[in-house]
Ligand binder design. Structure first.
Ligand code: DGY
Length: 323
């Protein structure tokens, strides 16, 4: 039997590419540049499987003008809002993702941002590198204490819970959560967490708010000017979920007039473009979408895709099927 023809849309860790090449008839994108929509449409007619990732845009139009050979889009990443799931389903194409394996590292990056912005680490490093540090003094770069503070978590799936684990056990933080569905009582009890119904109930209660909900149209600008106004003065917003969840212009304004104390962002609405007004905010820590960027996690994501593909082509239900 011939091997399934598989397109990998970006470079992956070498170890995974090597293993994949033993099992599949693999086409690697050696230039590592994102495919255009026209290239995706063409690829749907040529490959049995396509392995897209967060930088790939697959709107409905991509699926409409082709008779697909592709039977599965095995996404490298947990978020899949960049794929029009209904359109894929309509053409009989299965979709999988890679949950679990990146939860810990993404929560680690959320903690990194929280600590950096609260303790003004970015500002301090910029001062040092610019040669502006004049030495220790009692009033220098005074930040906000993280330990014991209240953390609001919006979206209490695997990554939200990994964040609660770190904040509760590592920093003795009080945890308030908001989630679409009711969180089981034993899960809340594990972190001594309280669930509230609405985001409006959570925001005024918290010193830190960390976003762990999905992206996509349903959550676009979930955090807008009105909700930023509901945050405590001096509170911090952390986003490691998806850029579109936060209205970036409203956030830049809130930061410039100190409606909130600061923010930490790992994701942006139009990556890799960052609005000037965000780059100019001093009370903001910015990272280039590093949530899952450890060797261990990026390899685990690749192996998880491989498992989904093998299951699919060998007639089993892939464990991470989302459509
Ligand atoms: C994902 O998996 O959706 C991330 O954003 C990439 O790590």
């Amino acid at each position: 039997m011939s091997k399934p023809k598989v397109l990998v849309t970006r470079r992956w860790p070498q170890a995974v590419e090597g293993k994949m090449a033993q099992i599949f008839d693999l086409c690697l994108n050696t230039s590592d540049t994102p495919l255009t929509e026209a290239e995706f449409t063409a690829a749907l007619g040529q490959y049995d499987a396509i392995l897209p990732t967060v930088t790939d845009s697959l709107p409905a139009a991509v699926f409409q003008s082709t008779t697909p050979r592709t039977k599965i889009l095995a996404n490298y990443g947990v978020g899949f809002a960049h794929i029009d799931i209904a359109a894929a389903k309509d053409r009989g194409i299965a979709v999988t993702n890679t949950p679990d394996v990146l939860s810990e590292c993404t929560a680690d990056i959320a903690m990194t941002l929280m600590l950096m912005v609260a303790r003004r680490a970015g500002e301090g490093e910029r001062e040092l590198r610019d040669g502006r540090w004049t030495g220790w003094r009692p009033t220098h770069l005074i930040g906000t204490k993280v330990s014991g503070a209240t953390l609001g978590i919006i979206g209490f799936g695997r990554i939200g819970q990994a964040m609660a684990q770190r904040a509760h056990f590592g920093f003795d933080m009080k945890i308030v959560v908001q989630n679409r569905s009711a969180v089981p009582a034993e899960v809340l009890a594990r972190y001594n967490a309280v669930q509230v119904t609405a985001i409006e109930d959570l925001l005024p209660e918290c010193d830190f708010v960390s976003l762990h909900c999905p992206g996509g149209a349903a959550n676009r600008h979930l955090i807008d000017r009105r909700r930023l106004d509901l945050m405590r003065p001096g509170a911090f917003l952390i986003n490691t979920a998806r850029g579109e969840v936060v209205d970036e212009h409203a956030l830049a304004q809130a930061l410039s007039i100190n409606t909130i104390g600061g923010a930490g962002l790992d994701v942006f609405e139009r990556e890799p473009k960052i609005p000037r007004e965000l780059l100019d905010s001093d009370n903001l820590v910015l990272l280039p979408h590093l949530g899952s960027a450890t060797r261990e996690t990026r390899e685990a994501m690749g192996y998880r895709v491989m498992e989904n593909l093998s299951d699919f082509f060998e007639g089993r239900q892939p464990r991470d099927r989302v459509a």
